[in-house]
Design a binder for this molecule. Structure first.
Ligand SMILES: NC(=O)c1ccc[n+]([C@@H]2O[C@H](COP(=O)([O-])OP(=O)(O)OC[C@H]3O[C@@H](n4cnc5c(N)ncnc54)[C@H](OP(=O)(O)O)[C@@H]3O)[C@@H](O)[C@H]2O)c1
Length: 314
């Protein structure tokens, strides 16, 4: 199994993770309508069976349900699983003790005493100072409740500061979790990708399939069956889909060359660049199994560049 370290000194995890925002989320993903507990249990099992054992969740996903489900699923496997979760700086959580309390609650839902990675979900400095978060979590690393510390949705400057606060406590910043896919490439221009490489911070690429668009399964006909918030996303409109045609044609050519699906090619495009772990969401066993097929092979640097050229400007 292809593995990678979180940051310069963090735990080793599989080079592909599994995103679990949809697990229990009724608001964005319409959990309980066209998929439910049995499907996501299948996604967990299929991932672990394929050797993909790194799961990303957050306390806010399904108001704790995603963590709860993962906790239950972990009890049903004998294989070691690595979990990353996140703290959300809600307006009433402005003091340091709230962080340790939230971690305690996440560990309880996850039914474990230690997780691989704890991240701050958004850089809401006016509610919670990054310095406070980093200092509390440095203590939690030393206590052993978390193995590494990460940030999410941080700019290059914010990530550098977080890195600096943590380094003062002798701990490297392990990850910055940001949106990154063939259709969302802002981190290539805003300095995050370059700064992360310089600092030894691993990028966790979220929404790496552009919320399903890069699988190629959405057409003007199939989008009609969409549930949840994507129904009003302009990228899924006929005009949005038309813009993707040149990219899809290249994805199709590469799919044929490697005998892989467009989703696998799109995920491999991220993995092949190095220092990037995609965390595609999977709702069922088929999706999880297919996404695992992005591991164990590699696009050439020329193909990585070609796909970048064919993707619409983001
Ligand atoms: N830190 C943050 O602020 C933040 C924000 C967003 C996401 N995230 C994390 O990143 C993870 C992934 O992002 P995401 O869920 O937004 O988007 P994504 O991974 O780009 O897309 C996931 C969706 O694509 C479809 N899909 C996945 N694999 C497929 C396959 N092999 N074949 C066909 N369809 C497939 C499924 O939806 P359908 O079947 O309905 O099309 C699935 O729910 C989340 O679960 C979460 O852990 C973090």
């Amino acid at each position: 199994m292809q593995t990678i370290k979180l940051g310069s000194d963090g735990p080793t995890v599989t080079a592909l993770g599994v995103g679990t925002w949809a697990w229990g989320d009724t608001m964005f993903w319409a959990y309980g309508k066209d998929f439910g507990a049995e499907d996501v249990a299948g996604a967990f099992k299929a991932s672990v069976d394929e050797g993909v054992t790194f799961f990303d969740t957050a306390e806010v996903y399904g108001f704790g349900e995603s963590e709860r489900l993962i906790g239950q699923f972990c009890k049903q496997t004998s294989q070691p699983v690595q979990i990353a979760t996140k703290y959300f700086p809600l307006p009433w959580r402005w003091n340091r003790s709230a962080i340790a309390d939230a971690l305690t609650a996440s560990l309880e839902r996850l039914q474990t005493e230690q997780i691989s990675l704890y991240q701050i979900h958004w850089p809401l400095e006016f509610i919670l100072k990054t310095k406070d978060f980093m200092e509390v979590l440095a203590t939690e690393v030393k206590k052993g409740r978390i193995q590494s510390v990460g940030v999410s949705n941080y700019s290059a400057a914010q990530m550098s500061l977080a890195h600096q606060y943590l380094a003062a406590k002798g701990i490297p910043l392990a990850v910055n979790q940001v949106p990154y896919s063939l259709l969302t490439r802002q981190i290539e221009q805003n300095g995050v990708l370059e700064k992360a490489r310089q600092l030894g911070v691993t990028i966790l690429a979220y929404s790496p399939l552009a919320q399903g668009l890069l699988t190629g399964k959405y057409t003007t006909e199939t989008v009609k069956s969409l549930q949840g918030a994507r129904r009003i996303d302009s990228r899924f409109s006929p005009k949005g889909l038309k813009k993707l045609e040149p990219l899809f044609s290249t994805l199709k050519d590469l799919s044929e060359k490697y005998d892989k699906t467009p989703a696998q090619i799109s995920l491999n495009w991220l993995i092949s660049q190095g220092n990037i772990i995609p965390i595609p969401g999977a709702k069922n066993a088929n999706q999880a199994q297919q996404n695992a097929g992005a591991l164990g092979w590699s696009l050439t640097p020329e193909e990585v560049e070609l796909l970048r050229l064919k993707a619409p400007k983001s």
